[in-house]
Ligand binder design. Sequence first.
Ligand code: NAP
Length: 242
Amino acid sequence: MRTAVVTGASRGIGAAIAEGFADVGYNVVINYNQSPAPAFSLADRLSASGAAVLLCKADVSVQAEVEAMLSAAAEKFGGADILVNNAGIAEQALFSDISEAMWDRMFDVNIKSMFLCTKAFLPFMLSRKYGRIINISSMWGICGASMEVHYSASKAAVTGFTKALAKETGPSGVTVNCIAPGLVATDMNKDIDESTLNGLITQTPLNRIGTPEDIANLALFLASEKSGFITGQIISADGGFL
Ligand code: NAP
């Protein structure tokens, strides 16, 4: 039985990915930080349908908390075969209003977390000569978003992280890929006003925004054995926006 760790799985895209893994029979580590209620309710629902789940509270930008999650996953499931680095934050601000603290927080949560979680779980994969690491970036990390320089820069960093790590771990059977979603209907976008939203939909050839399941379906494929000849790739799931 394979084990998948999904960071930021209390809500949105991460919750859909965790649910997708549970549906196909993986053991799932559901990580959350500040939203215990939806995380507990997801874990209860998946457990009730027969899945083996472990709920882990951890701020994935903090090494000690990631290490505690690693210990819990090792004890319950003997490690992990799949890591989805999904946890992330976004924020809109003019470049001139971005403070050093805002910049550091963005990079801590969106990219340092990938470093810490990958450091923690990669050794299991290397020793098994099998593993899948899936990093969630954003289309804004590819093309840049106005008023989101710190977010766009942190997501662009995910690209370099993915491509470089894939070269190192490929010979050990561990693939590393990145999903670059377009606009997806989650809490992250709940404050976007209607005219901006409609403008973005108009620019999207598939004429809609994405669902968390659109992203989860791709993550499930990348996590499967069927994706075994794909590594170091940045794969867009954005309705054709870019
Ligand atoms: P969301 O609905 O706001 O959910 C964010 C998730 O990340 C929550 O589960 C949250 O957990 C978790 N999280 C945030 N900071 C964390 C931390 N320090 N430690 C652990 N977990 C943390 O966002 P989403 O739309 O699902 O986004 C998921 C990923 O997709 C992010 O990396 C985001 O940048 C990326 N993305 C989203 C979109 C979009 O349009 N929605 C587009 C492109 C890329 P708690 O609430 O428990 O703290």
